[in-house]
Ligand binder design. Structure first.
Ligand code: SAH
Ligand code: SF4
Length: 392
């Protein structure tokens, strides 16, 4: 019997397909970064070390310019600069609310814009990031849902939002300073901006793996919360491949009401969703699931709703986050009265669950939950309508 031919050096050095134009290194996972270096001529033997060095410059030190990577030879730095870029979304505007919340408008390739919100609190600073431009889903209470999906964000554009915010906060270590020396301004991430993260799974996973990597941004998986409207088949995958904290946009206690508020419920109903959620804490080794519940006057805010809610989630380690509805121009709902919200919270609390009421932050700059919708897309729609009406 013939022995299979040994894999020779020649086979290993066959040039891999080269992408066109400069490749952005931001958003490549560690193996992908190594591959990209090899594909552009870095000898295989050196690639691991070089990619580790470049990784640290990008994610630990916030460097964007190859010429600053002083542990690489000058010739190699020049080669890198010819082939690669280190690019994050461009900050177009920054609004600062009276309560310190910052809302950024970030421009990504194709001229699209997404909103990113930084919320400072006494014990933490949370960055709310987007995973899509617009959303394919049409939850009745959500402003983003009125904007059509334009596209998924790349992994680089997702992790790039974190890097852009760290730039603005002056959060990268200063020369001579260790990376963990100052308390973190940006300590938590929530995937609660525009879009449904589980409809852009691979890019969200890669971006979060980069954010969690210990030799870089180094955020613990317990400080990252992914919020989903209930894409049931992707929930187990989230536990396995990301392992972050999970929040679910629950919002109703009967299929009839949830079908209307969160239309994805018609595909995966409350029972299917709860089954997937029951398995999550163990699979991801995370303590509790956050149930988000937007308080809509006379829609989902009765005492019966509160009682049904605690019945439904029985046995699931949970925290219930009550979100007073944030209005936006033309929104079809009203916010429940404060007494109603407090009464609802009380029923849940007495049943043994934490039931914090989420204080709306940054309302004066339309930065609160569900108010995000990029101005460019906002402008685009009426113009299209005008053109359609004019028969253009
Ligand atoms: N698509 C994901 C993540 C983005 S929405 C999801 O639906 O979970 C983030 C959170 O804000 C969700 O819980 C969503 O239901 C809530 N939200 C949306 N619009 C809102 C509004 N107008 N007022 C309050 N909360 C809202
Ligand atoms: Fe999309 Fe989430 Fe808004 Fe629903 S609540 S429309 S899933 S962004």
């Amino acid at each position: 019997m013939n022995k299979p031919a040994p894999i020779t050096q020649d086979l290993l050095t066959i040039p891999r397909k080269l992408p066109e134009g400069p490749v952005n290194l931001v958003g490549l996972t560690r193996p992908a970064l190594r591959e990209a270096l090899i594909a552009h001529g870095t000898p295989e033997k050196q690639a691991k070390m070089r990619s580790n060095q470049i990784w640290q410059w990008i994610y630990q030190w916030g460097v964007r310019d190859f010429s600053q990577m002083t542990n690489l030879s000058k010739a190699y730095r020049a080669e890198l600069a010819e082939t690669f870029v280190i690019a994050v979304p461009e900050m177009v505007t920054r609004q600062v609310s009276a309560d310190g919340t910052r809302k950024y408008l970030a421009r990504i390739a194709g001229g699209h814009e997404v909103e990113v919100v930084y919320i400072p609190e006494t014990d933490r600073g949370t960055l709310c990031i987007s995973s899509q431009v617009g959303c394919t889903l049409t939850c009745s209470f959500c402003h983003t849902g009125t904007q059509k999906l334009v596209r998924n964000l790349t992994a680089g554009e997702i992790v790039g939002q974190i890097m852009m915010a760290r730039d603005d906060l002056g959060e990268w270590p200063r020369p001579g300073e260790g990376s963990g020396e100052r308390p973190r301004l940006l300590s938590n991430i929530v995937l609660m901006g525009m879009g449904e993260p589980l409809y852009n799974f691979d890019n969200v996973r890669d971006a979060m793996q980069i954010a969690m990597d210990g030799e870089g941004i180094s955020l613990s998986r317990r400080r990252i919360t992914l919020s989903t409207s209930g894409v049931v088949p992707q929930i187990a995958k989230t536990a396995e491949e990301i392992g972050c904290m999970l929040a679910v946009s629950f919002h109703a206690t009967t299929d009839e009401v949830r079908n209307h508020l969160v239309p994805i419920n018609r595909k995966w109903n409350i029972e299917a969703l709860l089954d997937a959620l029951r398995a999550y804490p163990k699979a991801s080794n995370s303590e509790r699931i956050t149930f988000e519940y937007v308080m809509l006057k006379d829609v989902n805010d009765s005492d019966e709703d509160a009682r049904r809610l605690v019945q439904l989630i029985k046995g699931i380690p949970a925290k219930i986050n009550l979100i007073p509805f944030n209005e936006w121009p033309g929104s079809p709902h009203e916010r429940s009265d404060w007494e109603r919200i407090e009464r609802f919270a009380d029923i849940i609390y007495k049943a043994g669950y934490a039931s914090p009421i989420r204080t709306p932050r940054g309302e004066d700059i339309m930065a609160a939950c569900g108010q995000l919708k990029s101005a460019t897309e906002r402008e685009r729609k009426p113009r299209r309508e005008i053109e359609a009406r004019a028969g253009m």
